[in-house]
Design a protein around this ligand. Structure first.
Ligand code: DX5
Ligand code: ZN
Length: 213
């Protein structure tokens, strides 16, 4: 059985001590660190940029999974790649006709390229990119905020996309993931799970991470 990748989202962490939060996640079995980048345009919220990713790279021994929820992602790929992102995922809805160029640019840095779709976007919108990407991030809430309720119809896209991608392509889900919704997503074929509030609201982080697998 393939291993399920758990990527805690630091959006729900204590921003006053991000470095030690990352160490704590690593020590408790996290596989990747999920970093939510928001620009106040593509989504209504503003979070963090490349300088913070660069600082976190210095303290992290596991891959940084950078989720760009920003308009014009093509303008910022270089910044996040040089900051030390190991995976850069951008939104199809923000990239449109630049999608192929963005994938190529991400790959030119020797890192993984991911494409994400919002709840309202059909899987077929990204079929033509499935050969070229390393990861598909299916949003199971509207991007922008942690702590929202999982929308199961979004997870129903997993099966459809799974049939179109290469065997090694990672299918990641993000939004409202807890032990129950994780089980459903894994049963549909997801093999990477992002979780913020579920992990950080738990009194036992190690158990919470293990309960997702
Ligand atoms: C939402 C972000 C998520 C968020 C998940 O736009 O992309 O990564 O942190 O938070 P939870 O797990 O609380 O839904
Ligand atoms: Zn995210």
């Amino acid at each position: 059985m393939n291993k399920i990748i758990i990527a805690p989202s630091i959006l729900s962490s204590d921003f006053s001590k991000l470095g030690s939060e990352i160490k704590m996640l690593e020590d408790n079995g996290a596989d990747w660190i999920h970093i939510d980048v928001m620009d106040g345009h593509f989504v209504p919220n503003l979070t963090i940029g490349a300088p913070v990713v660069k600082a976190l790279k210095k303290v992290s021994d596991i891959p940084l999974d950078v989720h760009l929820m920003i308009d014009n992602p093509n303008k910022y790929i270089k910044d996040f790649a040089l900051a030390g992102a190991d995976i850069i995922t951008f939104h199809y809805e923000a990239a449109n006709e630049n999608t192929n160029d963005i994938i190529k640019e991400i790959h030119s840095y020797g890192i993984k390229a991911g494409i994400s779709i919002k709840p309202g976007t059909k899987p077929s919108a990204i079929f033509k990119y499935t050969e070229d990407i390393d990861l598909i991030l299916i949003m199971t809430v509207e991007p922008g905020f942690g702590g929202q309720k999982f929308m199961s119809y979004c997870a129903d896209k997993i099966k459809e996309l799974k049939q179109k991608v290469k065997k090694e392509t990672i299918i990641e889900v993000d939004g409202g993931i807890n032990d129950k919704t994780a089980e459903y997503c894994i049963s549909q074929g997801a093999n990477a799970l992002v979780a913020g509030s579920y992990i950080f609201s738990s009194s036992n982080i190690r158990k919470a991470i293990e309960a997702l697998r």
